[in-house]
Structures are given as C-alpha cells and as structure tokens.
Design a protein around this ligand. Structure first.
Ligand code: HEC
Length: 114
C-alpha cells in the first residue's frame, strides 16, 4: 500500500511540473538596461526605440524569438530584412530594432529557475 501511495505522489508532482512548464512564458525581450547599452555602439534612445518597436510589432505572428538563437550576421543579412518587410517597418525602424536585438543577444542568459 505504501508503495502505491508513493507512486501517486510522484505522479501528482509530475503533473504539477508539466502544468508549470506549459504555463512558463517563452522568451521575454529584456529592457534597455545599462548592461545592454554596453553591448552596442548605438545611443540609448535608439536602443529604446528599437525595444519599443520590437515589443509592438514582433510578436504579432509568432512568440518573441530569443535573438541569441541566431548569429549577428543572420540577423543583419537575412532575418531582419525579411521580418521588417513582414512588419512593414521603414529603414530607420528596422535599423533600431536590429541594433536592439544585436545588443540583447549578447546579454548573459537569465538564471534557469529549475
Ligand atoms: C506578418 C507576420 C510576422 C511578423 C509581423 C513578424 N514575423 Fe517573424 N516570422 C514570421 C513567419 C511566418 C516566420 C517563419 C519563417 C518565414 O516564413 O519567413 C517568422 C520567423 C521568424 C524568425 C525565425 C528565423 C527565421 O529566419 O525564420 C525570427 C527570429 C523572427 N521571425 C523574428 C521577427 C522579428 C524580430 C519581427 C519584428 C521585426 C518579426 N519576426 C515579425 C512572421 C512574422
């Protein structure tokens, strides 16, 4: 009987963890912190503009993507031109979002809560 009970406890822990996993948010784009600014040669207000445009435009069709999943050249040469077109961004806005993402992708990843 005791073994059966332990089994039930294990199962409920498993179910709980699965539910938590399902509810955990995906990638959340970081704010423009002093640390992020250090990873860019662009001025802070340009990075802030890029962050705001990214927040407003880049999770309409899919969840926010972690910029660290792609290298800088991929962002600059392939992804941003394609996604800027999809988001109908002008050149200045595309440049601001790119500058923000290229800085954000260099931040150390947040601590794993597990
Ligand atoms: C109109 C819908 C739409 C918008 C708006 C959009 N995307 Fe996408 N995105 C897609 C689709 C669809 C894909 C899948 C690949 C494809 O079809 O090009 C994708 C794929 C991606 C990928 C995966 C890499 C790749 O090359 O496929 C990244 C990263 C990405 N988007 C970033 C962004 C960013 C940053 C923005 C804001 C500037 C953005 N997306 C806005 C539709 C969109």
């Amino acid at each position: 009987m005791k073994i059966l009970q332990v089994g039930r406890v294990d199962l409920s822990v498993f179910v709980l963890l699965s539910l938590l996993g399902a509810c955990a948010p995906g990638y959340l784009p970081p704010p423009v912190s002093p640390q992020l600014v250090k990873f860019s040669s662009e001025p802070t207000n340009e990075l802030q503009r890029g962050h705001l445009i990214h927040q407003a435009k880049c999770a309409k069709c899919h969840a926010f993507e972690n910029p660290a999943d792609y290298d800088a050249d991929e962002w600059a040469d392939e992804i941003m031109p394609r996604m800027a077109k999809k988001s109908k961004l002008g050149f200045a806005d595309e440049s601001a979002v790119l500058a923000y993402l290229l800085a954000a992708r260099q931040l150390p990843p947040p601590a794993d809560p597990n």
